[in-house]
Structure formats: C-alpha cells, structure tokens
Write a protein of this length. Structure first.
Length: 145
C-alpha cells in the first residue's frame, strides 16, 4: 500500500504564525481556562499582529441549519477552539461541515485542555479530490499466492 501525500502544505506561513499564537495563549492561560477566555486572548493577539480575521461567523449548512465558526483567519483558515478533555469525532464532523459551508480548504481544531498543545489540521475533503477514506491506495495488480 502506498500512502497518499500532499505536495504542498495548505497556507503554510499563516498556519505557522497562528500556531505560534496558540502556543503563546497556552503559556499565558494554561490548561484550565474557559473557551471564551482563549478566544478573547486570541482575538487580542490577532489585532496586535495585524492579521485579518472574523469572529463567530454564522455559516449556513444544508440550507437552513446555522453553525457558528469561532474564527475565520484571513478568509483562508477556520479556527475552532475547544477546552475539554479530548476532541471527539463529532468535533471533526462539525469542523468539516464548517469547511464545506464556507468553501475554505483548511481548518484547525485547538484543544487547550491538553498538557501539550497539538492543533489538529482538518482539510476540506469535498473541495479536494481525496477523502479521508482514500488515504491508502490499493494496488489492484498485486495478488496473494
């Protein structure tokens, strides 16, 4: 089996810059603040750095359902903050809905409750040709003997 890889990291420079802000927030507020506190500090840091953003953006999905993305950074990246013991698959599904509704390529889920911060990048699989289930490509010419 061959692993499918992307040739280019989506929004590399912007991702790196906001990743640094996440680390700074985690250092300042620690692991046990509320999601709103993390969001407020992130907004202050974005203003300080001069990075364009929109906060609490309403996104319509399936025509009538309203969802609210925490941040959209420079009309390129959706940022979702979490402050809970772990990120669930429902959080990934929610973020994927946001990506599809906004037609953006990339989102980042950040769970500040973790001891070691590890932002998760989520790619809009409906916009890109691959889906999460196509990570591996089977070689149809190979047979077992």
């Amino acid at each position: 089996m061959e692993r499918k890889t992307y040739k280019e990291i989506l929004h590399k420079e912007l991702s790196y810059e906001i990743g640094g802000l996440f680390l700074r927030i985690h250092d300042i507020l620690g692991r046990f603040a509320r999601e709103l506190q993390y969001s407020n500090l992130f907004e202050d840091l974005l203003k300080e750095k001069g990075i364009p953003y929109k906060r609490e953006v309403i996104l319509l999905t399936a025509g009538q359902f309203k969802n609210k993305a925490d941040f959209i950074i420079d009309n390129k990246i959706i940022v979702e903050f979490k402050a809970k013991p772990f990120v669930t698959k429902e959080d990934y599904y929610q973020t994927q809905r946001y990506l599809q509704a906004s037609n953006l390529d990339l989102a980042v889920i950040v769970n500040f409750r973790n001891k070691y911060l590890s932002p998760k990048r989520v790619i809009n699989y409906s916009k890109n040709k691959s889906t999460p289930y196509e990570q591996y490509k089977l070689d149809t010419n190979t047979t077992k003997k």
